[in-house]
Design a protein around this ligand. Structure first.
Ligand code: ES4
Ligand code: ZN
Length: 319
């Protein structure tokens, strides 16, 4: 039986499979520098987060119209549903699109065409989380929040992603305060390639309710105690960590030790088209390689619903 689960760490642009990328390129008259889907897949050998991000932003050139974003989200939701995902909290990166002349309305309305009907078409409920690119300025993040104001009925929260090292959470204090004032939920990537101190800073300065990744908390025992005490959810992405070399191999992943320490872990896919698997593939991999028990897998699935932004009644229906 496939375990019902919620996906809490998923970049919609990271679900762009090579086949759809080439189809959209053809549809939009965009020329791609790779020799077909196989040539593109060969470029998926990443040294680190930045080498991935370079390709991730480059391939977004094929996303131009509302229909492109609709097709992207529909394809993701179909794959997720097939792997037991009942609820998905979906990140998107508006600045990466605005910079290419693709408007906020095109992105949000396009995604919404698929998300709005997803409970019926895929049996998956959704939330949208708008991420700020932390390697861009705080002023750009604030302008992005302002550009999103007409669409806030469709956006549940804000997040922080892209290149982490050298871009501490505190840089975005004001924009997170403004987001909270608008009633938005708050999450942030921290402790993926950045230091454990960024995890504490995201909690203390940005007021986030979850930490995306949070992997490097294991380097700071006092921080682990705090995260356990406060039951701060961590949205881990094991296959992403392998592909971006945050761990040497999946067998070296600290997930079992993190669960044993009492951390509230969840397992997610991050950018599944690039990292070799969707949510269910990540669950299967940690079961197989890390030997997690059935009870631990059920705990991960339960945590995913508890850590979601679903209301209590919706949450019970989803799981
Ligand atoms: C990302 Cl794996 C990862 N880390 C940070 N930012 C991102 N954006 C898309 N995938
Ligand atoms: Zn991520």
């Amino acid at each position: 039986m496939v375990l019902p689960k919620a996906e809490l760490h998923l970049h919609i642009e990271g679900t762009l499979e090579p086949e759809l990328a080439f189809e959209l390129a053809r549809r939009n008259g965009v020329e791609l520098p790779w020799a077909g889907t196989e040539g593109l897949r060969e470029a998926y050998r990443f040294r680190d987060l930045q080498s991935f991000l370079d390709l991730y932003y480059e391939l977004m050139a094929v996303l131009r119209t509302e229909r492109d974003f609709e097709d992207l989200a529909d394809a993701y939701l179909a794959r997720a549903a097939a792997q037991g995902v009942r609820h998905a909290e979906i990140f998107f990166d508006p600045q990466a699109h605005l910079a290419r002349g693709v408007g906020m309305g095109t992105v949000v309305e396009g995604l919404w065409r698929a998300l709005g009907r997803s409970p019926e078409t895929h049996g998956v409920s959704t939330r949208l989380i708008m991420c700020f690119l932390r390697d861009e300025s705080a002023e750009s993040a604030m302008a992005t929040l302002e550009a999103a104001e007409p669409y806030l009925d469709r956006i549940t929260g804000v997040g922080l992603d892209s290149a982490e090292a050298g871009h501490p959470p505190a840089k975005f204090r004001e924009v997170y305060e403004a987001a909270a004032g608008l009633g938005l939920r708050r999450v942030a990537h921290a402790g993926e390639e950045g230091p454990p101190a960024y995890i504490a800073e995201a909690l203390d300065v940005l007021g986030v309710e979850r930490i995306d990744h949070g992997l490097r908390c294991v380097e700071d025992p006092a921080l682990v105690r705090r995260l356990v005490r406060d039951r701060v959810p961590l949205t881990l992405c094991p296959l992403s960590n392998v592909r971006l070399r945050a761990v040497d191999t999946l067998a070296d992943h600290p997930l079992p030790a993190m669960l044993d320490a009492g951390l509230m872990c969840t397992v997610n896919s991050d950018d599944p088209a690039y990292f070799g698997g969707y949510a269910g593939d990540n669950f299967d991999a940690v079961q197989r390689v890390l030997g997690l028990s059935r009870e631990r897998l059920r705990e991960l699935a339960r945590n995913s619903f508890l850590a979601s932004f679903l209301e209590d009644d919706e949450e019970l229906r989803a799981r």
